[in-house]
Design a protein around this ligand. Structure first.
Ligand code: LHQ
Length: 267
């Protein structure tokens, strides 16, 4: 198939592609997948690989072992050669969050366990979140005298509203998976043992949809936060013009009329 590339491999991230779905697994379970310089580079590499791989129509992001991600590796911060925090954010975390949000493909966060600090931010940057019943969110920044980062202050008010966002960010109380579902932060809570299967079902559904329309929808939802209704209406009209000109739109109508499943090709 044109666009096929060898599947890349990384030291601290597992990257697997099957049936149009890339599964990216943070793979430092012994440290609850805490983010080292190497893990951040691998994760950025994995998301860049998604960006370049035409086979990939949806992504699942999860963690190996009992945690999703415990945030910045705090032991690494003790190294006298560690970059200053602002530099670490500008050079490593922010590019990662930007790359996640810039992807055309939707990301399903399969939150298998605790998501703390920048690990919670990674979860917030996904398009859809599903959580294992044993998972929990914990901002954790305040407890070590830091400010929520890696997009947490931007995503959280948009995902759960300003009041809950302030409470979570300032009080730093753990949020259970059940409570996260109740306030709309996660779409669904499932038994830990079926999380990956359920996340894969959602990712496969996304992978079967029209890729151009999905990418345009992702951008429209994000843009809506920073524009007024008038601009949003115009933005929708422009995007619909683009989506309406795709072969996939014609295929969608043909499939509807012929009472069959559409075969979208991203064209
Ligand atoms: C860890 C970590 C960890 C290293 C567990 N690092 N080893 C950005 C810019 C630059 C710098 C600063 O930060 C940021 C953004 C951030 O992410 S700030 C927030 C950083 N993260 C945290 O403060 C969370 C720290 N971890 C915890 O609070 C707990 O470990 C949680 C609540 C995540 C889980 O608790 P438990 O289930 O009780 O597990 P545990 O604490 O026993 O951890 C298991 C092991 O994992 C343990 O290692 P050990 O060798 O003792 O068995 C921990 O040391 C290690 N680990 N988090 N972030």
């Amino acid at each position: 198939m044109p666009g096929d590339r060898p599947t890349p491999s990384f030291e601290t991230v597992r990257y697997e592609v099957a049936d149009g779905v890339a599964t990216i697994t943070l793979d430092r379970p012994e440290a609850l997948n805490a983010l080292t310089v190497g893990l951040k580079a691998d994760l950025l590499g994995a998301f860049r690989a998604v960006d370049r791989d035409l086979r990939v129509r949806a992504v699942v992001l999860t963690g190996a072992g009992r945690a999703f991600c415990a945030g910045q590796d705090l032991k690494e911060r003790l190294d006298p050669g560690a970059a200053p925090l602002a530099v670490e954010l500008r050079e490593r975390y922010n590019p990662l969050i930007r790359q996640m949000r810039a992807l055309d493909q939707p990301i399903v966060g399969a939150i298998n366990g605790v998501a703390a600090g920048a690990g919670a931010s990674l979860a917030f940057a996904c398009d859809v979140r599903m959580a294992a019943d044993v998972a929990a969110f914990r901002l954790a920044f305040g407890r070590i005298g830091l400010v929520p980062d890696s997009g947490a202050t931007w995503f959280l008010p948009r995902l759960v509203g300003p009041a809950r966002a302030a409470e979570l960010a300032l009080l730093d109380e753990p949020l259970s998976a059940a409570e996260a579902a109740r306030i709309g932060l996660v779409a669904r809570v499932v038994a830990a043992e079926s999380l990956m299967a359920e996340a894969r079902v959602v990712a496969l559904r996304l992978a079967a949809l029209a890729p151009v329309a999905l990418a345009l929808t992702k951008r429209a939802l994000e843009r809506s936060w920073s524009v007024d209704l008038d601009a949003a209406l115009e933005d929708e009209a422009w995007r619909q013009g683009v989506a309406g000109a795709t072969a996939d739109h014609a295929e969608g109508i043909a499939a509807f009329l012929e009472k069959r499943q559409p075969r979208f090709r991203g064209e």
